[in-house]
Design a protein around this ligand. Structure first.
Ligand SMILES: CC(C)(COP(=O)(O)OP(=O)(O)OC[C@H]1O[C@@H](n2cnc3c(N)ncnc32)[C@H](O)[C@@H]1OP(=O)(O)O)[C@@H](O)C(=O)NCCC(=O)NCCS
Length: 167
């Protein structure tokens, strides 16, 4: 498994994964393009045998205490083997390096796999946005994580990842 910072050249591969992972509410290509180019965020790709098989992004404005997990997805064949957790942890490390102290994310209420991943990493539900995801009419679950406590726990475990290794 190789994680590296996504570039504009990864846009097509990321959009293929985006459309298959989120068939009813995929982001548009221009939106993803601007996400990849934003100085206020960072996207990582998971590469296997030269192919992009996963991606995830964080919005973390330098100096801001709050940051957001924007998205995370793996090719169907690559799921369930720990890669999602590794990618999520790398994104959290990026946010921490940028000075964030608290992470936020929104997840569909009908996505138990992603919710379990986030909860097992320490995210807790703080609210819901009813019928947020359209056209499916599904609630958004808003979750937050104390990033300082998370990083301290990881450091104590000796498992902290140097986010610089992903660039
Ligand atoms: C959500 C996603 C990124 C998780 O990545 P993954 O590589 O499949 O997950 P991992 O193998 O790292 O597993 C991490 C945790 O997720 C949960 N999980 C993974 N597969 C699961 C399954 N089939 N059923 C229930 N929980 C599951 C478990 O809590 C697991 O921890 P554990 O292995 O200690 O039990 C991936 O499944 C995916 O791309 N899904 C489609 C896109 C998506 O829903 N993205 C999230 C948008 S908010």
């Amino acid at each position: 498994m190789t994680l590296r910072t996504a570039t504009a050249g990864d846009l097509t591969a990321i959009m293929d994964l985006e459309r298959t992972s989120f068939p009813t509410d995929a982001w548009s290509e221009p939106m993803m393009q601007s996400e990849l180019a934003s100085p206020h965020g960072r996207y990582l790709v998971d590469v296997e045998a030269g192919r992009v098989i996963g991606y995830g992004g964080v919005r973390a404005v330098q100096g801001s205490a709050d940051a957001d997990i924007q998205t995370i997805a793996l090719a169907e064949a690559a799921r369930g083997r720990g890669r999602g957790r590794t990618l999520l942890r790398a994104l959290l490390e990026v946010a921490r390096e940028r000075g964030a102290r608290e992470m936020f994310l929104e997840v569909r209420a009908d996505n138990p796999v992603a919710t379990a991943l986030y909860a097992s990493e320490g995210f807790v539900e703080i609210g819901r946005r009813p019928r947020y995801y359209q056209p499916d009419d599904v609630d958004a679950v808003i979750m937050t994580l104390d990033l300082v406590a998370w990083a301290a726990h990881r450091a104590a475990d000796g498992t902290a990842l140097d986010a610089g290794a992903c660039s």
